[in-house]
Design a protein around this ligand. Sequence first.
Ligand code: ZN
Length: 362
Amino acid sequence: MKLGRFIVDTHVHAQRFAAGPEFSKAKLDAGKARYNDLARVMRGLTPYDNSARLLYDMDCYDVDMCVLLPAFGMTNELNLEIVERHPEKFVAVCTAMETQRKSRNGEIEWTPEAAAAEIDALLSTGKFVGLGEGMPADHTNKRTLGQTERMDQIRPIMEVARKHGSVARIHTGVVMGYPLTHHVWPETLNPIWATDVAAEYPEVPIVLDHGGLQGWWSQRFVEEAMNVAAAHDNVYLETGLWWTDMYMKALLDPNIGAEKLLWGCDWGASIPFHAQYGHQPPAYAVQLRKQPLVRHQVDVWGWSLKQLLRLDIVQDDLNLILGGNAARLYGLPVPHKRLFRPVGGELVPQPGDRDSIPPRCS
Ligand SMILES: [Zn+2]
């Protein structure tokens, strides 16, 4: 049975890397390489179009649409090519990948203004529905960034999001294999930091990537992410790697609820599952530092949809989590009006109200 009327994964990577050649250059054995080896070469890798596997999985699991995100060395251009081939199945968000690439290559010094200008130009094309994954950052930086300095880097990006009426994304949570540090994305280790920008830009919808849980068993960062979502009307939580109990916690919170949850699984990321049967949760996503890199396409949708299946909740709530909220926030085309419980009152544009949905980032 299809789990909802209109299913949208809001966090998908349709690009994949063949890491072998870069491992050879770095004199590493691809068969033995670990995640910290991958992190060393990752931003220099050339991505390829992995949409054939993605379309196969969409067919398997009845996923109607995906929001495509660039990350690491992926490109906005390749995501757009995939969207243009299947406009009924994909939309893309963008981030300042060229600024990142040029600063990495030593061609320019990374600045938040350069990143903001690149995103402004990309959103001005009208071809992207928002920005992400996460907020742009200086991937060459080796200094620990404090909260004030990092928030000052994020504010110019939020200005661009406000100008375009765009959905912004802030990355929260860590996954153990890649070193996500206070050098680049300190907010990912401190989801509560999103509080200030949420308050300063109340008209900008902010999605917290991973809802505090990119991987691992601890809910510490999830609780911080839930705090920000509960205290700010414009903050939403992405949930795909959550297990069942965490959904219920958010649904029981009178300031969160189904209206603020977006299914998004990081499909295409290199994150395996670890099993600890007999314990809670029996399986969870995490990169395993003592193991070689996962080589196959991990089946995240099967696992995540089972977490949702266990929730014995009103179907209209499940429909919001699985696609209705995404359709509303990203202005996605839906088959009919009034498929979803209205959120925000009758006067607020709902999915399917084509004329009244704000134009996508134009
Ligand atoms: Zn991702």
